[in-house]
Design a protein around this ligand. Sequence first.
Ligand SMILES: Nc1ncnc2c1ncn2[C@@H]1O[C@H](COP(=O)(O)OP(=O)(O)OP(=O)(O)O)[C@@H](O)[C@H]1O
Ligand SMILES: [Mg+2]
Length: 343
Amino acid sequence: MAQVEIRKLSKQFGEVQAVHEVELQAREGEFLVLLGPSGCGKTTLLRMIAGIEAPTSGDILIGGRTVTHVPPRARDIAMVFQSYALYPHMTVFKNIAFPLRTRGVEKNAIQEKVEWAAKMFSIEKLLKRKPRELSGGERQRVALARAMVRQPKVFLLDEPLSNLDAKLRTAAREELRQFQRNIGITTIYVTHDQVEAMGLGDRIVVMNKGTIRQVGKPHEVYQEPADIFVATFLGSPPMNLVEKDNVLMGFRPESFLPREVFGDNGGLECFQFAVTWLEDLGAERLVYGDVGLPCPHRHVISKIAASTPKALEPGKTYPFAVKTQDLRYFYKGTGGRIKGGGA
Ligand SMILES: Nc1ncnc2c1ncn2[C@@H]1O[C@H](COP(=O)(O)OP(=O)(O)OP(=O)(O)O)[C@@H](O)[C@H]1O
Ligand SMILES: [Mg+2]
């Protein structure tokens, strides 16, 4: 049984169709990531699951029970927003205890549950401090502990790490994943950051313009994108696209390499790659250029390890290749994937 099931869920704000007939299931214990560009409807979808936004149509089931019209408090969910606010005048202990106190939980039980939640997020030593005496990462953990203290069935997170700097964010992401695995709570996590999505999700739900474009494991949405939107939203830099025989041929920058790298192997699509400029990223180099085919993104990019001995210079042309098994084809008009490979 799916822990969260969404049936034909839509939300209209006046003229804006924020969410359009979304069908989705989160399995019990799963970490599901909603990924998509700004304005695609992620927050609206999450808020409807939480019960703080009423759907225009459709249904939401949690644990097999229809909760579409059940108020948030009675849904057995916890939600953490990007702008999680801790109560500044309360200690960490009181902040975490707050959801229990408002529900009239008895004192000993509060003590026990706060200690449990604090331990989960490694903040046992901070319980007597006030929020202003904490780092950004510690505050974040307090917010997560406060949301979890009631031990809800479903955990909803809307870009909860976006206030943290890059380094803290990576650490917080790992902690969150660890915590989620430990207690096995069904989690729906919103982000527009594809790296975060790839690292966190058991499955990723790629959204665009209020609709779901693809649901799959991280390697599935990356390797077998359902359409051009998914292909170019995931990956940095995104999938290269060139026009060939009236279809779009796509290949990832890390698959597009100097011809000699492939040795004697057959099954290659070969190109003459006219290099225009290079970008050194430390461990990798990005090589920009042109393969003599129309290209909707203006250039084709190769991502090669900085340790690759080959000298490449702007203004010169080099033989490059992609394994044919790494080529993906899309319809020019709809952007849909052409299944079964060849053009
Ligand atoms: N209360 C509202 N009234 C009117 N329009 C709204 C309201 N809330 C959201 N929208 C619109 O609905 C669409 C989806 O918004 P939503 O906040 O769900 O996007 P999002 O995917 O969370 O974006 P972001 O990544 O920027 O947070 C947007 O076009 C937005 O302007
Ligand atoms: Mg949002």
